[in-house]
Design a protein around this ligand. Structure first.
Ligand code: SF4
Ligand code: SF4
Length: 461
């Protein structure tokens, strides 16, 4: 895509031999940094609290994989409801693509958990223990003295503790609050599988935040790789105003552009790129370079915005077009996804009932009778126990058993009822034996529409 730079420039944190440059971003202050400083603790609190906040007596978000039940803000879904989740996920996915088409990588820079924890927690700890960018670079190059060992041990010790904490918070999305408490009370021996997961996840999280860092965005994240097809010349991205900035030179040089070659935009970049080389896939839209350059412009008495949020079209001197075919298309898909998710949620049923022919044979001939056997399968999709009133009716020559019964099903449980339908072959002409079985299931605690009517043909020779 026009505006994106060459492959060599893309791998800013890896040298020609494939060795990694450790990126040590400088601190930055400014209006966007302030927004992120306020936003990150809020998002961290939300990410960590969601499995522990109770909505309707259940965690706000809880994926109970062994039971194939999902709890989302008071609503309970089971495996049969997965089609609803599909529509919800597609609505979220298309909405994210819509936002990206308009405003580029705001998700990456401001809300992605990787960015939020890396910038909001791990880099802050690093800054506290090892100091500024310059001090960290000096420490990196310094021999292994007692002071360096102490600093590195403290930093990585804290990282390990935090990684374990984040891993447990993440696990809490998959194990109930009660199990979570049990885990700590009983210790690893009592829960070896969960413990193994916790250790493995802690190790992955530690590795990611202690070492892998920006490489996750650069080489693993599929969303980052999709930018060149989602955004276009009119998407708002972070860019450098070449017309205004070039040729670069000293403040005192009257022939130079506005870029004073200070390098601050590169020094603060968490992925180690130079935004002046053009829009790059490695730019996560964190806006650190915008704040850094604005600060320099203030100091040299020039207008802010040499590096700024704008469209590539605007950087070329054209007008930004907000309404474009791809924006409308993604909006339409998002609305369709949302609409389908709303309709699906509206059709959400409190229980499921299905009537299944019980044996592999269509009917059983036995001592002058023909018998059909069925299984009524009831699934209670509420997390409170329910009683269901079952009534069975059939053509006059067919006897049913049971005619009426009540079935108690526990919270989110299931139950089966065997229904037999029998006709005397001697009493009825063979052609009149066929008929229909009607089963009505009524939830005794439910609304008037908590009723299912099922039927199946009565089969005879
Ligand atoms: S180029 Fe700027 S916005 Fe992009 S990642 Fe680097 S500092 Fe952040
Ligand atoms: S911070 Fe601004 S002035 Fe300094 S090098 Fe970057 S673009 Fe040029």
């Amino acid at each position: 895509m026009e505006g994106f730079v060459s492959e060599e420039q893309l791998r800013s944190s890896i040298d020609a031999e494939g060795r990694r440059h450790k990126v040590q971003p400088a601190d930055v202050r400014g209006r966007f940094a302030r927004v992120r400083t306020l936003l990150f603790p809020t998002l961290i609190a939300i990410y960590l609290a969601l499995p522990f906040i109770q909505v309707g007596g259940r965690p706000a978000v809880f994926f109970d994989l062994p039971r194939r039940q999902f709890f989302l803000f008071g609503q309970v879904f089971n495996a049969q409801d997965f089609w609803i989740v599909f529509f919800v996920l597609s609505a979220i996915g298309w909405s994210l693509i819509f936002v990206t088409t308009l405003w580029g990588r705001v998700w990456c820079g401001y809300a992605c958990p990787h960015t939020v924890f890396l910038e909001g927690v791990f880099r802050r700890i690093e800054r506290l223990i090892e100091g500024t960018r310059e001090a960290r670079i000096r420490l990196q190059r310094a021999p292994w003295t007692a002071s360096k060992i102490a600093k590195k041990t403290l930093k990585h010790g804290l990282y390990a503790v935090l990684a374990a904490g984040i891993a447990h918070a993440f696990l809490a999305y998959f194990i109930s609050w009660a199990n979570f408490v049990e885990l700590f009370r009983d210790g690893p021996r009592a829960h070896p599988v969960t413990f193994t997961w916790a250790v493995a996840m802690s190790a992955v999280i530690y590795f990611n935040f202690a070492w892998f860092r920006e490489q996750l965005c650069l080489v693993i994240c599929p969303y980052g790789r999709l930018q060149s097809v989602i955004t276009d010349q009119h998407s708002i991205v972070i860019g450098y105003d070449t017309k205004r900035g070039e040729p670069r030179g000293k403040v005192s040089d009257p022939t130079a552009g506005d870029c004073v070659q200070c390098g601050r935009c590169v020094a603060v970049c968490p992925t180690g790129i130079d935004i002046r080389n053009g829009l790059q896939l490695d730019c996560i839209g964190c806006s650190a370079c915008v704040d850094a350059c604005d600060d320099i412009m203030d100091k040299v008495g020039r207008k802010r915005g040499l590096v700024r949020y704008d469209s590539l079209a605007a950087f070329e001197g054209q007008k930004t077009r907000w309404l474009r075919p791809r924006v409308l298309f993604y909006a339409l898909l998002g609305v369709i996804g949302l609409g389908a998710a709303s309709v699906a949620a509206g059709r959400y049923e409190s229980f499921e009932a299905s009537l299944i022919r019980a044996t592999s044979t269509a009917y059983i001939l036995d001592a002058g009778t023909v018998r059909n056997a069925f299984t009524l399968h009831l699934v209670n999709k509420r997390d409170v126990a329910r009683t269901y009133r079952v009534s069975v009716q059939a053509s006059p020559h067919i006897a049913v058993s049971p005619e009426h019964t009540e079935v108690h099903v526990g919270p989110l449980g299931a139950s089966r009822v065997t229904i037999l339908a029998t006709a005397q072959t001697a009493a009825v002409a063979p052609e009149a034996l066929a008929g229909t079985l009607n089963v009505t299931v009524l939830s005794t605690q439910g609304q008037s529409d908590d009723r299912r009517d099922l039927n199946a043909p009565f089969l005879a020779p």
